[in-house]
Design a protein around this ligand. Sequence first.
Ligand SMILES: [Zn+2]
Length: 120
Amino acid sequence: MIKRTMTGANQIICEGCGLNITGKVIEFDHIIPEALILDKSAALSITDGRVLGRDCCHRAPGGKTAHDLADIAEAKRREARHLGIRTRPRLRTAGFAAPEPQRSASRPLAKPAAWRRDDR
Ligand SMILES: [Zn+2]
């Protein structure tokens, strides 16, 4: 893979944008994110990866990794929806009332009726 990106002048070229990344941080990218591959038994080959510059293509804002993470998250949401998995409990729809507001310094604690002594 690294040979594929080398030019005759011993320069490393980013396979994403073609920039000369000699001396810069390079990263090996899965073209199809590994989390999105269903058949994990198939062996990876040299054609499944490529050399990207970390700062120009791979981890730059809006780069390959950001897109991959969004795709992986969307795939997980679709799978959860398909399987009927709910992320947040929906207790109020099951007949439970809204919780009492939490006590805070500006909202004093209301004492229960059993604690009140009206005989004083
Ligand atoms: Zn690049």
